[in-house]
Every structure is written in C-alpha cells, then in structure tokens.
Design a protein around this ligand. Structure first.
Ligand SMILES: [Zn+2]
Ligand SMILES: [Zn+2]
Length: 219
C-alpha cells in the first residue's frame, strides 16, 4: 500500500467529513486489506504524519483531530474538532473552499466562552491570548497532551490564574495576531501529494518569521 496514498486518504477524510476514516473504508478506497492499512498507519505514525491511540485508531493528523481538545471549528457544512489553538487557527488555510470558519472555545481558567471568525486574509480581532505549555523540543513526547494544553485564554490574568490553579510553569504567551500568522502556513502542503516536512533550520526560520522567539521555541 502506497504510504502517500494512505496519508492523503486520511487527510481527505478529515477535511471533507471532519472525521477520521474507518480502516475498512481506507482498505476499500486503496484496494488493499485492513492489515495493510494498519501497517501503513503505523508507519505514518512513526514518521509523525499522524497520531494513533493504543488500539491503533487515528487520533490526530495535524492539524485535524478525531478527539476534542478544547476547540470546535464550524464550516458551512462541516464541523471539525479543532485540535489545539494553533491547529484550529490553521484549519481555514487547509480548507480553501470554506472562507471563514467559526472557531469556538472556553477559557480554561474561567470558562468564559470565546469565538472568532477565522479566515485566510487577516487575523481575527480580539484581546485574548494563546498560552502554549510544552516547549517545542518536547512537543512530540506526548503530542496529544501538548495539543490539549495549547489554549486560548481571556487575558494574561486568566493564564496566570490557570497556571496557579494547575501548578504548571508558564510556557509561551502570544496574541491572536501572532497565533494566526504562526498557524497560517505551518501546515502548508499537507493536503498535497509529496508533502515533505520542513527540516529543523526551515522550521526555525518559519517560527522567527511569524514573530516567535526565545528558548521555548529553540530559537
Ligand atoms: Zn478567562
Ligand atoms: Zn495542536
């Protein structure tokens, strides 16, 4: 089974339906069998193209998620779990037919609801801030945990309150404009055949160009 065909089939399912594909659907689409699909998904997970749970089910194919991580993203016909703050803001850039999507979440500190129309042309307005807990060098130690803790808060005060309440160390705080810029092109190419991940030097250049800085990002 061609690994790139399989990767694209997974991404297409998420993009079109908001859901992870079923194993037997992938097998049918790719004229293979379920064991070949399972093996192929494992290979893709090793290469960090997707994330599987302990039963081998697809949990994430960044920026898409099969599980709730604090965000919903609503299009005209489709509803996605948004992944984290970064992933939710990235989704409209991978869904060119959608225009603006509605990204919604609750502040983890005070449960205040927040929603933004997020598109590809300009960052949404708002004084909320994103807090990323896990430094870049450790993001893949447990990437679902990492995404679960990349959230949007009302304000710096709510970030501080949440850090105190959970006994967590402060990670990295950015405004909505920076989050949007950072999310805009990070996932470029994932819907296309032949996608190749940026090497570390290119990734660092990208992060710098989005306005991120400091040891949290390995910069
Ligand atoms: Zn709050
Ligand atoms: Zn994420």
């Amino acid at each position: 089974m061609d690994s790139e065909d399989l990767r694209l089939a997974v991404y297409r399912s998420f993009a079109e339906s908001g859901r992870a594909p079923q194993m037997h659907d992938l097998a049918e689409q790719l004229a293979g069998d379920v064991p070949a699909v399972i093996g192929g998904l494992e290979e893709l997970a090793v290469a960090r193209h997707l994330v599987l749970d302990e039963l081998g089910r697809i949990v994430m194919a960044h920026p898409f998620s099969a599980v709730p991580l604090g965000f919903s993203v609503m299009g005209t016909q489709t509803l996605w779990w948004g992944g984290c703050a970064w992933d939710s803001f990235a989704l409209p850039h991978l869904l060119p037919g959608e225009g603006e999507v509605l990204v919604a979440t609750r502040c983890p500190a005070c449960s205040c609801p927040h929603a933004w129309n997020v598109g590809t042309q300009q960052p949404p307005d708002g004084s909320q801030v994103a807090h990323f807990l896990v430094p870049a060098s450790r993001m893949w130690d447990d990437v679902v945990h990492t995404c679960r803790h990349q959230r949007l808060f009302c304000s710096e005060d709510c970030v501080s309150a949440w850090l105190r309440a959970t006994g967590s160390e402060r990670g990295y705080v950015m405004d909505l404009r920076t989050l949007w810029r950072f999310a805009a092109h990070w996932y470029d190419g994932r819907m296309d055949r032949g996608y190749i991940r940026r090497d570390p030097a290119q990734a660092a250049d990208y992060l710098r160009s989005a306005g991120l800085a400091g040891p949290f990002w390995g910069l």
